[in-house]
Design a protein around this ligand. Structure first.
Ligand code: G1P
Length: 288
């Protein structure tokens, strides 16, 4: 069965970006002028996804509004003859079906994915975490879907990180399967420094069979007292196998202040209208 649905957990409080996130969902913070959530939804659409399930929480209504039509704004832009902006604003609401479900309590990533179950049903689905932004061709989640379709096992994105970084991620133990692919033999969520099974860290992209749902439901709270997706995935691995995919492309950690600044600068440098001014400006700035 093809992968038609994507779950995007977006219920987190975004405390790393306070005070900005006191009144704005962190997913609405822009990289240049596009909210981070839009990059993630665009990646899903470019990968063939037809339905996006946003798992939101209290204070996240701006996300649902963002993917809705905006009649007053559209009328204003139409009257002013701003046709390009009008088309852009309409397109956001039109190009994909977005369903929102609330995670009623902040009980972890596994719990957030489980909240999407009524909208996903009995079919394989993608999970995209909004803190991870990928610049990749084909898109990162498409690369994982291709592996899922060929090998019929759950697939997770992997990136080799430094020893010092392993404690910030889910980390796998695996054996090479094919170029860029690893058969996962175990995984641990945020291992204590010095105890990671490898330097292969899980990035925020997953393609999962619906069998993950009962496994999440049976997973007790783990790291940080939260229901961890990594723990449920380790059970899935034991039952039917999980493949790790070292994706081709660049990943930005937009959930971290420095990663967010990096993404802003690099995406701005890709924009001809901004690059012409920004490049010499940055050169002068570091020369000071
Ligand atoms: C989550 C997952 C972790 C994964 C990471 C990728 O952690 O629990 O396994 O490595 O995303 O960004 P979080 O960063 O939400 O704490």
């Amino acid at each position: 069965m093809s992968v038609r649905k994507a779950v995007i957990p977006a219920a987190g409080l975004g405390t790393r970006f306070l005070p900005a996130t006191k009144a704005i969902p962190k997913e609405m913070l822009p990289i240049v002028d596009v909210p981070t959530i839009q990059y993630v939804v665009d990646e899903a659409i470019a990968s063939g996804i037809e339905h996006v399930v946003l798992v939101t929480g209290r204070g996240k209504d701006a996300l649902v509004d963002y993917f809705d039509r905006a009649p007053e704004l559209e009328q204003f832009l139409a009257e002013k003859g701003k046709d390009d902006l009008l088309a852009m604003v309409r397109d956001i609401a039109e190009k994909c079906e977005v369903i929102a479900i609330r995670q009623k309590e902040p009980r972890g990533l596994g719990h957030a994915v489980l909240a999407a179950r009524p909208a996903v049903g009995d079919e394989p689905f993608a999970v995209l975490l909004g803190d991870d932004i990928f610049d990749a061709d084909p898109p990162c989640i498409r690369q994982l879907i291709d592996v899922f379709e060929a090998r019929k096992q759950a697939v997770i994105a992997l990136l080799e990180v430094s020893d010092a970084q392993t404690s910030a991620y889910g980390v796998i133990k695996g054996t090479p399967l094919a170029p860029g692919l690893h058969q996962v033999e175990g995984m641990v969520e945020k291992p204590a420094p010095g105890t990671a099974p490898s330097r292969l860290a899980i990035m925020g992209r997953y393609v999962l069979p619906p069998d993950i749902f009962p496994l999440i439901a049976a997973t007790p709270p783990g790291k940080g007292g939260e229901i961890q997706l990594t723990d449920a995935l380790d059970r899935l691995r034991a039952a039917s196998g999980v493949i790790g995919c070292a994706f081709r492309g660049t990943r930005y950690d937009a959930g971290d202040k420095f990663g967010y600044l990096q993404a802003n600068l690099e995406y701005a440098l890709k924009r001809p209208d901004l690059a012409a001014k920004l490049r010499p400006y940055l050169r002068d700035l570091v020369g000071k």
